[in-house]
Design a protein around this ligand. Structure first.
Ligand code: 5AD
Ligand code: SF4
Length: 432
């Protein structure tokens, strides 16, 4: 979501005539921030501290801070870092280009765009000229779930779905400009439209509509909440040919006791049933997940249930995090807190097990023939005869392919045979 927000802002600013530059040459710094865990939040303070030096040398230089940390800290940034003249929350993004024009015209001005609106402030569809082969399309903002550990409902606000016809229009436009793959984005896409009294398409219908658009090769979506994924969406994996065999389905914990305390509203058995149905609709589906270790009260037994789930599901990959208290969320009050050393030790064990699964899952791909959507070249020349490119297979795995020089393979779908597996990616050869 943050990557997509940053890309939107980048396109808007380039349309205004601003250009990206190296840090030491920049007149304006724009920083998009994440506060979902402690670690990304800390990074922003050290970054701003460092950037402050540029403003000392060049007084016209200023910074804008956006995203979830800005939503929380707000005007506090103005006091701590004189360099900062703009703060904008996630819903304020649409107003940033106009605000920058005003700030460039008045060196004494400071602006904050932080208020939550009850409606979804539509961002102008700013796709023009060259579009990426792979594009993100927002279907909703915010989240109503209030999982005990999570700050998202407080920073991105309540769920706000976009209108189906606007989503479809954006997808059509992207396809007409050359996009091959669309990823639909939302904090909880499976409850899409529920905040609009059934006036919009259901998420399953939306998938069928977009999946049926001529010229679209690949469709993905993220993120799904296990409690909300319905049987029609599961069936869609077997029925919509453009829908890629890939799903990110955050589990968070394998212990029913911890899931209950987290307020996730599903059990491990329910999760396993979803996985069973997904695999029966789409046997080749690649599954990934998010996991938290060291939630307050998590015992060794609870944690071993999480490890057990890794073995029962066999995730292709997972993102795992040490629990951290976020200001104002329910789990701050929950006890006992787990010691940092225990969290670190559990995380290491979990990641070791996941690495074994990832290696096995990648090794199973060797010998497969798959369409790979080429994304970019990694400039590596091989004796002037070939260039190294990377793309993704339908399951979303990164595939490296060497191709002849002198041609742009970006956005092309190439038929590739997988020949080698690495730690986190694959190597393939183009089938002649
Ligand atoms: N501590 C640790 N991890 C968290 N996540 C969300 N909130 C917290 C927290 N307080 C993780 C969840 C979520 C992912 C985006 O970040 O696993 O799915
Ligand atoms: Fe946070 Fe996801 Fe739970 Fe929403 S569903 S509160 S975004 S963890």
């Amino acid at each position: 979501m943050n990557v997509s927000d940053s890309q939107w802002l980048d396109r808007s600013l380039q349309t205004m005539g601003l250009t990206p530059s190296r840090e030491e040459d920049a007149d304006i710094f724009l920083i998009n921030t994440c506060s979902v865990r402690e670690k990304p939040e800390h990074k922003i303070y050290s970054l701003l501290g460092r950037l402050q030096d540029y403003a000392r040398l060049k007084p016209h230089v200023f910074a804008g801070v956006g995203g979830c940390v800005a939503q929380q800290v707000g005007r506090g940034f103005f006091e701590r870092f004189p360099l900062v003249r703009l703060v904008f929350g996630t819903d304020g993004l649409a107003m940033v280009p106009e605000a920058l024009k005003r700030l460039l015209g008045d060196a004494h001005l400071k602006t904050s765009l932080l208020d939550f609106e009850d409606y979804y402030p539509e961002r102008e569809d700013n796709w023009n000229g060259e579009v990426p082969g792979q594009a993100f399309v927002n279907v909703m903002q915010g989240c109503d779930n209030y999982c005990a550990y999570c700050i998202v409902p407080y920073t991105r606000g309540r769920q706000k779905s976009r209108r189906s016809e606007d989503i479809l229009a954006e997808c059509r436009r992207l396809i007409s400009l050359g996009t091959k793959e669309i990823t639909l984005l939302g904090q909880n896409v499976n409850s899409y439209g529920q905040d609009r009294n059934g006036q919009e398409l259901s998420f399953a219908d939306l998938l069928y509509e977009i999946g049926g658009l001529a010229g679209l090769d690949r469709l993905r979506f993220t993120t799904s909440h296990p409690k909300d994924i319905d049987s029609r969406v599961i069936r869609a994996f077997g029925e919509i040919s453009a829908l890629c065999p890939q799903l990110h389905l955050p589990l968070q914990s394998g212990s029913d006791r911890v899931l209950e305390a987290m307020g996730r509203r599903y059990t491990r058995e329910e999760y396993l049933n979803i996985v069973r149905d997904l695999k029966s609709a789409c046997p080749d589906i690649a599954l990934s997940t998010d996991l938290i270790v060291g939630f307050p009260g998590e015992t060794e037994e609870d944690f071993s249930q999480t490890l057990d789930m890794l073995n029962l599901v066999g995730f292709d990959s997972s993102f795992s995090f040490k629990y951290s208290d976020r200001t104002g969320v329910r789990s701050c009050e929950m006890q006992p807190k787990i010691a940092v050393e225990i969290k670190a030790e559990r995380l290491a064990r979990l990641q070791k097990l996941q690495n074994e699964w990832t290696a096995e899952k990648l090794a199973q791909r060797v010998g497969r023939k798959e369409p790979v959507l080429i994304e970019n070249s990694s400039k590596k020349q091989h004796g002037g005869e070939t260039v190294s490119w990377t793309g993704r297979d339908p399951g979303g795995r990164v595939v490296h392919v060497t191709l002849p020089p002198g041609r742009d393979f970006g956005r092309q779908l190439l038929q590739v045979e997988i020949v080698r597996a690495h730690k986190h990616s694959l190597t393939g050869e183009v089938i002649k």
